[in-house]
Write a new protein. Sequence first.
Length: 580
Amino acid sequence: MASARPWWKDAVVYQIYPASFKDSNGDGLGDIPGVLSKMDYLKGLGIDIIWISPMFESPQVDMGYDISNYEEVHAPYGTVKDMEDLIAACHSRGMRLILDLVINHTSDQHAWFQESKSSRDNPKRDWYIWKPPRYAEDGARLPPTNWRSYFSGGTWEYDEHTQEYYLHLFAKEQPDLNWENEETRKAIYDSAMRFWLDKGVDGFRVDCVNMYSKVVDFQDAPVVDKTFYEQPASEFYANGPRMHEFLREMNEQVLSRYDAVTVGELPHTPDPRKVLQYVGLGDRQLSMVFQFDIVAIGQNVAQKYNFEPWTLPVLKEIVAKWQQFIEGTDGWTTAFCENHDQGRSVSRYASDAPEHRVASAKMLAMMMCALTGTLFVFQGQEIGMINLPKSWPIDELKDIEALGYYKSMAAATNNDKETMATVMRNLQILGRDNARLPMQWDSTAHAGFTDSKDGPWMRVHDLYPDINVTKQLQDPGSTYSFWKAMIQLRKEHKDMLVFGAFEIFEPDGEKTFVFAKTHRNNKAVVALNFTSDDQRVTLPPFDGLALRVGTYPDAADVEKAAAPGNMRTLRPWEGRLYMA
Ligand code: GLC
Ligand code: CA
């Protein structure tokens, strides 16, 4: 089992955020025909699977993660026919397509919820999670629990008409489905899954995959953040008692019948044994998951966006942990450090200063392409896109989560100037908007993303004349060219780079990251400098190590001139990959 190699393990997946990828019709919003126009670009990069974030019918309270009809496409993005064309365009190029499966909740505009809220005895009442109010001693109405929602405020919304609260872990427009109800599960499988699998999609990225089974008794969460009534409560709704049963059922009744791949979004799960319970091949639940440690670096436990500085050993330990946890098991892992919910990796983990950002992007590309697991690239990562400019005011931000955090902090501190300046800085590092700026295609107006006279739905990064696809395609020394070469190298040496055993050296070192990947007698050694200064590193004493790739153009010459022995000097944010 451990050595089983289904088709998706050595694939490179590219995530498309449809609103921001490419606008084909001049309305300022990306769309499916826009994606279709870039298929050869993606094939050229070496992509095997496209994952497209939600393109379903939606009021767009949370950028499409609030779905009002699983079987329709959001009209500004295109039609079901456009999606059929996209499936065909992928398959004709030997690529696959996976969709986002958002089934912890629907939009409040979904017909199911409209029925559910219409009366207490509606047949779909139990499809969502309804509870009566509590009352304080003074008679004040209270929500059933004090749980905090992801987008600030509580997880319960009162419905005047039927005088009960419904649960929403995210926005109040995203009511949670009741997975305890079998009829609901069957409807989800039909509408959200079979409808698209029958059209030929190859699998799903599964949103909030561990939140469907809630604890049975709804209790208050302990108070850890005294600033607010609502408290973090993931222990009450993540990894609940029936989670694995639900996933096995979904696999047995749907996924396995189509050989569909799944990658589950798995927050709140630091324990490797718990993660393994989701990804064992033999257990038939999920193919793999996104464990959250790597993207939670710098986030505060009680208040996610309150940024906390971190050191390199933390990152190294996380990478090592989630590389090694599958060893000797039939589980599988993922290599990713960006998505639509995170700041850009160059800005978060390296340096986006003008003199360092290209080196940083290549160094991170080298790291990612050498890691075991299925590799995920987020749109724009391949050209080294960076976080939004620090000069942008709050009005440029669009994300419901960022704005919820901003407003709740303003309210809690009476708009304290210093706090609010920190809040802005936090969002500039960690905010989801950073990933959602339009893709930078060229140096024409609006980065070639749209030709709308009114501009794009979200402002284009000020630096697009410098950081864009067209410029980088022509330049063999660009970040794009480096990614392309690294993806190719990863495929040529997949035994080591995709499937190999991971070993870390000097885990406590604060400046450099050195690791090895081994398959039988073959070794790859990766040495990375995570600072803006020259650093000395010691390569592990493996016989016959020879430089294979460097992120600096003159790496081969510098290597030849190096003194004999295992010591090397890495320049700022430099990476080198050796093989033996
Ligand atoms: C996931 C998505 C995120 C969304 C949330 C609610 O975390 O990645 O973008 O807001 O689920 O569906
Ligand atoms: Ca459009």
